[in-house]
Design a protein around this ligand. Structure first.
Ligand code: SF4
Length: 246
């Protein structure tokens, strides 16, 4: 029982988002072909029942790493039948073939983080990422695999306005996103974007209520310390998967 998060495909990312402390570089096509097997063995031995598989972006690979992520999902499911798998995917440069490859492996939850409001996207995320591109990918996933829950995450405190936050949440719902997390941005080091504001716990609660009661998200984890992979959230997501027999 329990949950865990794993990052696959190495620790060097080909992107350079200005909020993220992961190293940027070019892995030149390197992949550990045994990673899916090793990952699945680790998970089976620990008996986790919900795992999050995330990764760096791999623009150096022709498919962005989609096939490798799919192999990880398939092998984990093979070795741990009944496990729930959430996958937080790269954007595959907007190519839906990559998402389809991942969906074909049968994740329970597919996440891609929109990270911030539309106006701040190019300030905050690597310029190869896109606000509409992320929305389109999440919409594609929902339409291609309706039983797979879709999920996204917004960081607050980067200079966004309330109107922009609401618009971003509405845009996610309009593209079929089921689950949302909202958390406070914290500057990982002095080279990355500064915090523009600290959002109060009450304001996070307010946004959580708007998300669930007015916009219709199935679940929203909203709080200063909430991150896109959030243990308490995973408990609720498991319940939703059960309730909807997904
Ligand atoms: S793509 Fe992900 S891992 Fe890479 S720099 Fe951006 S946030 Fe960090």
């Amino acid at each position: 029982m329990g949950t865990a998060t794993f990052m696959v495909m190495g620790d060097v990312c080909t992107r350079g988002c200005r909020f993220c402390a992961v190293s940027t570089g070019n892995p030149n096509g390197w992949l550990d072909e045994e990673e899916p097997m090793k990952l699945a063995q680790t998970i089976r031995q620990a008996s986790w029942d919900y795992v999050v598989i995330t990764s760096v972006d791999r623009d150096d690979l022709p498919d962005g790493g989609a096939a490798h992520i799919a192999r990880c999902i398939a092998e984990v499911k093979r070795q741990s039948p009944g496990i729930r798998i959430e996958v937080l995917i790269p954007d595959f440069r907007g190519q839906v073939a990559g998402i389809q490859t991942v969906l074909d492996a049968g994740p329970d939850v597919l996440a891609q983080n929109i990270e911030t409001v539309e106006r701040l996207t190019h300030t905050v995320r690597d310029r190869r990422a896109g606000y509409q591109q992320t929305l389109d990918m999440l919409q594609y996933a929902k339409q291609a695999a309706p039983k797979c829950l879709t999920k996204s995450s917004i960081m607050l405190g980067l200079g966004e306005t309330d109107d922009e936050i609401l618009q971003c949440m509405q845009d996610l719902r309009a593209h079929g996103v089921d689950l949302l997390t909202l958390g406070q941005y914290l500057q990982p080091n002095e080279k990355l974007l500064p915090v523009e504001s600290y959002v109060t716990p009450e304001k996070f609660e307010y946004w959580g209520r708007i998300a669930e009661k007015e916009l219709g998200f199935l679940y929203c984890a909203s709080g200063p310390l909430v991150r896109s992979s959030y243990r308490a959230g995973e408990f609720f997501i498991k319940k939703i998967l059960q309730e909807y027999s997904l």
